[in-house]
Design a binder for this molecule. Sequence first.
Ligand SMILES: O=c1[nH]c(=O)c2[nH]c(=O)[nH]c2[nH]1
Length: 298
Amino acid sequence: MGIRLGDNQYGKAEVRLVHIDRGTDVHRVKDISVTSQLRGDFEAVHVEGDNANCLPTDTQKNTVYAFAKENGGVGAIEDFALLLARHFVDEHDCVRGAREEIEEYGWDRIDTADGPHDHSFVRSGGETRTTVVTKDGAEEWVVSGLHGLTVLKSTGSEFHGYPKTKYTTLRETTDRILATDVTARWRYIGTAVDWDTTYASVRAILLEAFATTHSLALQQTLYEMGKAVLEAHPEIAEIRFSMPNNHHFLVDLSPFGLDNPNEVFYAADRPYGKIEAAVERDDAPDAGRAWETVPGFV
Ligand SMILES: O=c1[nH]c(=O)c2[nH]c(=O)[nH]c2[nH]1
């Protein structure tokens, strides 16, 4: 019986980095978490404990911090991830591929009586921006996205016409709350992209489509959101979503002699519907290894 090493990658996870741009008195904050992992000629370290090719995870961490300085800041997370991936692959013979995942947390300038403050910030409560850059030799894939984009429609959502079985208790509705936390990742075609502008545009399109789609199912809303993104952005090959259906149940107020015309709800936290789908361009180039280590459906 033979035993051998299978796929592997290693690196430093969740390197937390805050960069302050002090170029002017109006500071700018960039707050990220980097997970850097390398692939390559790492048989010996696993099988024999021979570390000759094992670039320490500590060095990967230090590289992240040093690059934030040498690069004059982080810039778009996609550019920073590509910079790291190219460095590790191009500068180390034993490294053939890299996976650089970055999350970005937003900070808003605090609005004071004198206007937006120069160097005081409040964490923006909304979504986290993400990217996963995969490099395999000369090939590169960029999958960007967001999670925690929490949205709610107080009307304009129906759900009916579904099959009924002996276990069905759900009442059909022509007016319900539709609420979800959008997780989305989209795969770029190529790397010649204005990452920040495109991110802002995709986020705005997702919100616009959620708001303006009269929903007959969360699945339909999801599809409309993806379609709108692909129609506006030819540089995006596909977009994948994971969206919980955050149920809001009408509370029965009749024991108290009160009616409840869609005003008072119980916001359940579990269980929740879990709606996941990809929306794809017909002629999209092959995904290659882009999704290989993206956890879960997205
Ligand atoms: O938008 C919905 N999609 C479903 O698949 C589903 N299932 C369910 O019970 N409620 C809903 N709502």
